[in-house]
Design a binder for this molecule. Sequence first.
Ligand code: FAD
Length: 585
Amino acid sequence: MALSKRVLFIFQAIVCLCFFSLSQGNQQFSLRNLPPLQKASSFAAMRPETYDYIVVGGGTAGCPLAATLSLKYKVLLLERGGSPYGNRNVSYLENFHIGLSNMAPDSASQAFISTDGVINARARVLGGGTCINAGFYSRASSSFIQEVGWDEDLVNESFPWVEDKIVRWPKIAPWQAALKDGLLQAGVSPFNGYTYDHVSGTKVGGTIFDETGYRHTAADLLAAGNPNNLRVLLHASVNRIVFNSQRGQLKPRATGVQFTDENGRLHQALLNSNCDSEIIVSAGAIGSPQLLLLSGIGPKNDLKSHKIPVVLHNKYVGKGMADNPMNSIFIPTKSPPRQSLIETVGITEAGVFIEASSGFGQSSESIHCHHGIMSAEIGQLSTIPPKQRSLEKAQEYAHTKLNLPKEIFHGGFILEKIDGPLSTGHLALIDTDVRNNPAVTFNYFSHPQDLTRCVYGIKTIERILRTNRFSELSANNDGFSMERVLNMSVQANVNLIPKHTNDTESLEQFCRDTVITIWHYHGGCHVGKVVDQQHRVLGVSGVRVVDGSTFSRSPGTNPQATVMMMGRYFGVMILRGRLGRAAGV
Ligand code: FAD
């Protein structure tokens, strides 16, 4: 008895030591510790190996998750895109909009158009969304953390784990400083200073760009892992999760994944036989439901229509997709503002967030672009019949802008985003090629409360434009006519939705017709419907989903902080559970 108590004590001490070493490591953080980033084709030449964890998707959640798991276990991270290092479109703030409009098959950004007619983008690169996003860093509210039921102490350890490595305070740009003053003069107060916290009023948040405009990404977080335990393969597109459905087994069990390398060759990576080994899907809000469907988990009739063998019927896979609608107002200024992405935010009690961006119209390359807030466009695609509105048409149109005088692109945007939209949609496969986008529908403003909040947001922007701070930016210091800026904004917000003659008279119509995205789409693998509270996929064993597809609402004003934190959080949770089980505690 005394002996078994001593054994238990020793096990507990080991577990405590493991937890302690997990919370350490910041002192040694250096990109020199990054594991080798290998091409997927190198898999064939590798010594055959099995893994404790196979993480699908080296994105915002996948990188911190894989790094954390590798501290104790063998991890294979499979990312369909390439390396962010040495890619100028990824690394420099000034190329933000150019990267998004790059339609090449190996671009870090894969464009898609939702069936609503809104041009959108998803990441295709190691580091995921953190490599193509606007960089703004702001944590989830404590009420969000309580709602999702996460351990608050671990959340409060996991946010700084990310922040110490890749987050900075911005040296705020003039346009962002103007928004800060304008928000306060318009009554979006108090000023909460520089903070990562989600608090009502006006604040300056963090950024993953450093003072030179160089981007730090979730890929950097891989340097916090154990390079001896972590294998990273690039250009590895996972086609499906492989299940073993032996007779007598209660649930189908994942045994590995099938993936295609950069030369189109198929490979299979396998989990080891430990019952705790898992496939963790971190392929993002489009990629994760898509991969579950391709693996046979989803609504059975949809699967059958694509001749996908049904592993598990679950009608909720791909359902509850939502995208926070964004509408922006273009403000022509007397002198061109310096380029800036989001640094300041106004958090209103009505659940409408006000942000800004500026200075994208000054180079001829930027005039080529056609992506919502980044493109001060003059003209519309609404004259093209709906069936002919394609990405190619949008791009063709963007080229004609080159002939327009540059002055009309001088200005900045103030944008408004609706928190927790009540309008939701769905995702469905178009075909069985994982490289192709599925069909995604968000049903923007189908719920009347979302429309009411959009109108509130536009009226808040109108109040900001009437402040002294903004009058100073207008041509003759005499302020902006709302009719004029609405007129210009109808042209500037590019989507493929037909326009109406009353767009500038009815703010409801303006909201509907000029809706674009702030790229905070989420859902498709909701907790309680597709995954359980620990994010294990319901009805099968050996598969979890850890990324933005599990959210019912997008956290904070902007999600990346919480998504990176979530990767670290679930990594530590999984290790704690497994180490605890091994020690019998
Ligand atoms: P991702 O980061 O997209 O990760 C998914 C990864 O999985 C990708 O790397 C993808 O290539 C890979 N993948 C997908 N399918 C497969 C497969 N079958 N096989 C292998 N790999 C696969 N948030 C903010 O907080 N602040 C901002 O300023 C901001 N601006 C944004 C601007 C843009 C243009 C975009 C696109 C997003 C922005 N966001 C911002 C949102 C934020 O970046 C995303 O919500 C977040 O990055 C999503 O993280 P994720 O882990 O869910 O998915």
